[in-house]
Design a protein around this ligand. Structure first.
Ligand code: RFL
Length: 391
């Protein structure tokens, strides 16, 4: 088999890229190791940034998203028994998040490829990417080889594309945070209206809207903690304790918990994001923690940049945008990582504060209040959180 662009992985990055390339007449193929059912069921992110939605719309990929998503322009912080509502839409010229589950976007993008007559090749594990410095890099799958002009690795943090890079000349900037997050998908008796972040002496807790009957929750726990230490009764009790912080009004009743996972809190950014004719996009090149809800948005921003660069290279013979891809995207990734880490810093108390957390919590409350009052803190937070593209 021979295509112009071979894409490994049918997540948001690979699927968005393939949709745009196909529409621009570039022959490309997405190869995905999991089955279509599995890919369409994976529940992960849910907050789409303003710039992500604007781009998807500009490419004609947002019809169902615009019809079915809900808009979101505020978040609540709970600290020392106070609720501080940060109306970031008011400080970002009305820009808002769209709440739209990742699996719905993934389904839309798969349907788009199907309509174009180029559906992903599901249930095909790419075992290796070879000849990346030659003119014709190859995807090697079981019983099949795909020859390409360019290969784009969109196969996530544990994919094989990273492994195809030479050991020298690339660096992973890794960071391990001194806590982990238990992530819980739970049934709720009424829709969660908005994001709530609780800064609490017992640790951070978060609540994210996902749909009418489902919500995602996060609980800070000690690094290395095991899921087995968190039976449902403990999860519910701890969520209530931290998120309510004395006032359970506004909290839904939490029912069954169909998914409970331990998220090892780390980030990793690979530099550069390209070698020869292999380019990395999305989590394959950079993973962030869920703080600030940035991962899926960065994956789509990579796809947007790569689509333009590959069209310029393959249709106009212009190598410039492709040569600049890694540096341009890494500058954005570092900015976003900076914001995500700043938010982690706000939400977690340092270890040293555990003996006397009151003073630390008091200063956190003051910092949170600054985000809710007109001024540079609120303006900066709002633009970076909603992903307006304004720096
Ligand atoms: P994906 O979505 O991980 O897709 C990679 C695909 O590659 C396939 N693959 C292979 N295919 C063929 N051959 C191989 N050898 C292969 N190896 C792997 C995999 O099966 C998979 O289908 O990567 P992509 O496209 O870069 O997208 C990244 C996003 O999925 C990720 O950043 C977000 O989900 C992160 N994230 C969040 N991001 C947000 O923007 N907002 C959020 O609120 C948010 N919440 C989350 C999240 C991630 C989470 N988890 C589980 C990691 C919440 C959670 C719990």
């Amino acid at each position: 088999l021979r295509v112009e662009v071979g894409i490994v992985g049918a997540g948001p990055a690979g699927l968005a890229l393939a949709n745009v390339l196909t529409r621009r007449g570039i022959d490309c193929l997405v190869v995905e190791r999991a089955s279509r059912e599995r890919v369409e069921e994976r529940q992960r992110a849910g907050l789409l940034e303003d710039r992500t939605v604007r781009w998807l719309r500009s490419q004609g990929l947002a019809d169902r998203l615009l019809a079915e998503s809900t808009l979101h322009h505020w978040c609540d912080f709970r600290c020392l028994g106070h609720t501080v509502r940060v109306d970031y839409g008011a400080y970002s010229d009305g820009r808002q998040h769209h709440v739209y589950p990742q699996q719905n976007l993934v389904r839309d993008l798969i349907a788009g490829l199907e309509r174009a007559g180029t559906p992903p090749l599901f249930s095909h594990n790419v075992r290796a990417v070879t000849n990346i410095t030659g003119r014709r890099p190859r995807l090697e799958c079981e019983g099949m080889e795909i020859e390409c002009d360019y290969v784009v690795g969109c196969d996530g943090f544990r994919g094989i594309s990273r492994a195809a890079l030479p050991a020298t000349g690339h660096r992973a900037h890794n960071r391990r945070y001194p806590y982990d997050w238990l992530t819980v998908l739970a049934e709720v008796d009424r829709p969660v209206e908005g994001v709530r972040y609780a800064v609490h002496r017992a640790g951070f807790a978060g609540m994210m809207p996902r749909g009418p009957r489902l919500s995602r929750f996060y609980l800070q726990c000690p690094p290395g903690d095991a899921v087995a230490a968190w039976p449902a009764s403990r999860i519910v009790a701890e969520l209530r304790e931290r998120l309510a912080d004395g006032d359970p009004a506004g909290l839904p009743a939490i029912g069954a918990t169909p998914e409970v996972r331990m998220l090892r809190m780390h980030s990793s950014v690979l530099t550069p994001l390209a070698h020869g004719r292999l380019l990395l996009a999305g989590d394959a090149g950079h993973v962030l923690t869920p703080s600030g809800a940035k991962g899926m948005n960065l994956a789509i921003a990579d796809a947007a940049a790569l689509a333009e660069a590959l069209v310029a290279r393959l249709r106009e013979g212009d190598e410039g945008p492709l040569a600049a891809y890694s540096a341009t995207r890494l500058a954005d990734v570092r900015r976003v990582l900076g914001f995500s880490e700043w938010l982690l810093g706000l939400l977690h108390l340092p270890e040293e504060a555990s003996a006397a957390p009151e003073a630390e919590l008091t200063s956190r409350l003051a910092a949170i209040r600054r985000l809710a009052e007109p001024g540079p803190h609120a303006y900066r937070f709002a633009h970076r959180y909603v992903g307006s593209g304004v720096r």
